[in-house]
Design a protein around this ligand. Structure first.
Ligand SMILES: [Zn+2]
Length: 259
């Protein structure tokens, strides 16, 4: 069995210096390929470094809305240069986050989001979307831009009404450990109702640890448990979900074309 972690932060602090250890553990749980996600200057750089060192890791780089204040022309030029590297497969995580009052103002977040959607068109890359307490604006910005190279809604946690709106925009829907939580009936219903050809699984490690490890630090190998929880929602086998999400990840990230 082969499982693809569509969104993980193996480039983040808790995993520093222990990449081989966590890749080994992931392999034991059948998690064989991953998208490593950046969010600012430092994490974009470390995502690329991992992808350059390990063929099974790929870099997704971009500027998360929470760092909008640090984004300037210099940052954009660096991002543009990095987007042209072979190891970079998508722009992310980008989007809107209205959850934290200390985050940059919505107008500034939207401008950063829009600029990066323009870059995705220009460089023909898919986008990995973070949205928190901001479904309506995220939907409007995406609808206005109509990205042509693939959209992934990361750690989707909305009700069925939003699921169908993002599916109308032809988005891929990626589920994290939240789908394994008993107190998340909305997410479980969404996982059940996502078309097989739009389904992805991810850890978002070190965050959002799935059952049965909830309370511990998350790690990429735990995509195994996310896939198992998704399988349970859909009354499918783990093997079916693994094969299906592996195929979808390769499709949206265009990994078949590269290999
Ligand atoms: Zn993330």
């Amino acid at each position: 069995m082969k499982i693809f972690d569509a969104h993980t932060h193996l480039n983040d602090e808790p995993f520093a210096g222990k990449t081989d250890y966590y890749l080994q553990r992931a392999q034991e749980l059948d998690v064989l390929e991953m998208a490593i996600i950046g969010s600012n200057k430092l994490f974009n750089q470390t995502a690329i470094e991992l992808a350059q060192k390990y063929p099974q890791l790929h870099a997704v780089i971009g500027w998360h809305p929470e760092f909008a204040n640090e984004y300037n022309l210099t940052a954009e030029q660096e991002l543009i240069a990095q987007l042209q590297l072979d190891e970079v497969i998508a722009i992310g995580e980008i989007g809107l986050d209205y959850h934290w009052p200390q985050n940059p103002q919505p107008a500034q977040q939207k401008e950063l989001f829009a600029r990066q959607l323009d870059l995705a068109e220009q460089y023909q890359l898919p986008v990995n979307i973070h949205t928190r307490d901001a479904f309506a604006d995220t939907y409007e910005v995406l609808k206005a831009h109509q990205p042509h190279y693939g959209v992934i809604m990361h750690s989707f946690n909305g009700p069925l009404t939003w699921l169908s709106k993002f599916l109308d925009l032809d988005c891929y829907i990626s589920y994290s450990g939240v789908v394994s939580f008993k107190n998340a009936p909305d997410v479980r219903a969404a996982a059940q109702n996502t078309p097989a050809n739009r389904l992805l699984v991810e850890t978002d490690a070190p965050y959002l640890t799935p059952e049965p490890h909830r309370g511990e630090q998350n790690e990429p190998g735990f995509t195994h448990y996310v896939a198992a929880a998704v399988a349970q929602c859909r009354q499918e086998t783990l093997e079916q979900v693994a094969a299906n999400t592996w195929k979808n990840a390769h499709e949206v990230y265009r990994l078949n074309e590269k290999n």
